[in-house]
Every structure is written in structure tokens, then in C-alpha cells.
Design a protein. Sequence first.
Length: 239
Amino acid sequence: MCIPTPHNEAKKNDIAKIVLMPGDPLRAKMAAETFLKNPKLVNQVRGMYAYTGTYKGKKITIMAHGMGIPSIGIYSYELFKFYDVDYIIRIGTAGGYKGIEVGDVIISNAAYSYSTYAKDIGIKNAPKKLLPSKKLLNTAVKTANEMKLKYHVGQIASEDAFYNAYSVKEAIKRNHNSIAVEMEAYALYANAQYLKKNALTILTCSDSFFSKKQMSSKERQESTKTMIKLALNTAIKLK
């Protein structure tokens, strides 16, 4: 496939080797304008904004991936395969199960899903549980400790359906005691495994299935800044 791709108008040199990916295009815009020096808009096809700039001297791209496994599957695959990106850190929101409070940071050490995505892209005997890059995971945990953050490390579930009929109790059992649920990490980890790249998911709990608390859209945008700083401080340590 030629560059630009059907979904990304950026030139190859416009995209850094390290990419942070929120689902929401406006969160990508906020993160780039808040944290990057001299951010440049390099993609806006389908409104999926991508900005490249520097953070503490390190070239970094922040690009949205949309909602769900198919969407992140396309964008992260193209970044890894055609733009030669080495690292992708998803920075998203999730629903928390017991023990996870609204606002808590979650570092995913596994993604569990019933999705067929991994099988569909060619991973033989694709497991329901996929793992992130050990290098990224270890670096993020070390960085979170240095930042003195409250955080959780655990397995998350990647569901295909936002609206489903499962009770909370049934959902937890179905998701093999995952600590939170979202909709994208499994596809990101599958692409990284298939293409021999590095991926990690860092999340902010935006709503709790137990306390019934949830953030407004404005609160989600503001509260994710701690997670974004963790991802950025992790990124600058990568080579």
C-alpha cells in the first residue's frame, strides 16, 4: 500500500516512531496542544486528527483511533506496517469493576476478548488473551512509581458491544476477572504481535459498574491528563 493510505494523509516523516492513541479526536487535539511543543496537524482524514510535535525533546505523534476493535485495528495496523511506527500506547477510558474507582489509572498487562480480530489478521491459534510489550509495560510501571501515581496493573476486557445484556456479575465472569472493560486493546495487541511491534494500553476509569459514578464528557477530557503525562513520560524513555 502507498503512503498516504486511504485513512491517513500524513507523509511518512510526519509520523514519529512513538505514537500515543486516544479514541476521541478531540482528546488527541487537547493532548497535543497541552503537552507537545510545536504540534503540527498531520492528518484529519475522517476527522481522525493526528498531531506531531516534541515532548522534552522527543518526537511524538498523538493520533486518534476512533471507537471499537475494527477502528483501532485499521489505524494502528497502518501506523505499524506502513509508517514504520515502533511503539503505540493507547490512552483511553474504561469502565471499572470492583476495586477500581472513577479517576483511577489502569496499566493493562493483558487484554481478554471474544473478538475474532486476531484470527482474522492471520494469528494462528489466536488466544482470547493477548499481552502487551514487556518493555513498554515495565517502563510504564517504573514511570508511574517515579511519578508517585495511584494506579492498578491488571487484565482488561475488550468487548465488541457497548450495549450488552450481561449483568455486572455475568460480565465479570465472562471477562475472566478483568479489572476493567473497554473496546480496543485486544486489536492493538494483536497488530503488535502480528507485526512484531510494541504496544501498551493505559486507561483512566471513567465510570464504575459498582458505585454507578461516571464522568461527564468534559470531566473525561480533563481527568485524562494524568494518564497522558504517564504515557508521555514513558515514551521519552524509549529508544
